[in-house]
Design a protein around this ligand. Structure first.
Ligand SMILES: [Zn+2]
Length: 208
């Protein structure tokens, strides 16, 4: 496939940062997919703050590449509805920052998969390596996952059964993107305040 949506999201997210391969080869440069800010914003509205992000984005500016020329330098509108490349006039490359801003952010080379997590943990795990993050042995207290819907996988369904609520999200672009991610996504939630979470996410998705 060579269409724009695939090059924006397909290969990039399959090889997102924080994979085992990256842990084994820390110098390897891979693409980071940043959470759309409406997710952490809504969690913070219920939690006060996000305490832990076990697969946090690198610190500082993170480049979201131009879809055509892959060069840096471009403009994006505040609401992510358009991007313009300074070089080719395409869907420009822009710089973004971590949108989660957790108190305890585990970043490579720290492997968040072997850390004990905290109450009020949020994660947007690499979509190509979901299973170990969904069944993370160190979860404690309220935990939220932003994931693609993989209901054809047993490990996905066994994770979903452990949740207090699973919210199907309307299509959305990730931070720095203008095109919606081409697969259905959901927010999995474990916590005794699931009703408040459902209320906070009303308008961007609904429980199923
Ligand atoms: Zn360009």
């Amino acid at each position: 496939m060579t269409n724009a949506t695939h090059s924006l999201y397909g290969a990039g997210h399959q090889h997102a940062t924080r994979t085992r391969e990256c842990v084994a080869m820390p110098g390897k440069r891979e693409q980071t997919i940043l959470s759309p800010r409406f997710i952490p914003q809504r969690l913070r509205s219920v939690w006060g703050q996000i305490v832990c992000d076990p697969c946090a984005a690198p610190k500082g500016r993170i480049r979201v590449e131009c879809d055509k020329c892959k060069k840096a330098g471009g403009k994006i509108s505040r609401n992510n509805t358009w991007k313009i490349c300074n070089h080719c006039g395409g869907n420009g490359a822009v710089y973004c920052r971590d949108t989660v801003k957790a108190t305890h952010a585990f970043r490579l080379p720290t492997d968040g998969l072997v850390q004990d997590l905290f109450d009020r943990t949020y994660m947007n795990p690499p979509f190509g390596e979901l299973e170990p993050w969904l069944h993370h042995p160190g979860t404690a207290g309220r935990t939220a996952w932003l994931v693609p819907v993989r209901c054809h996988r047993k490990w996905w369904r066994s994770w979903a059964r452990t949740l207090d609520v699973l919210i199907a999200l309307d299509p959305f672009p990730f931070e720095g993107r203008t095109q919606a991610f081409p697969s259905p996504c959901a927010l999995g939630y474990r916590g005794d305040d699931a009703d408040e979470i459902v209320e906070a996410f009303a308008g961007v998705g609904e429980p199923f």
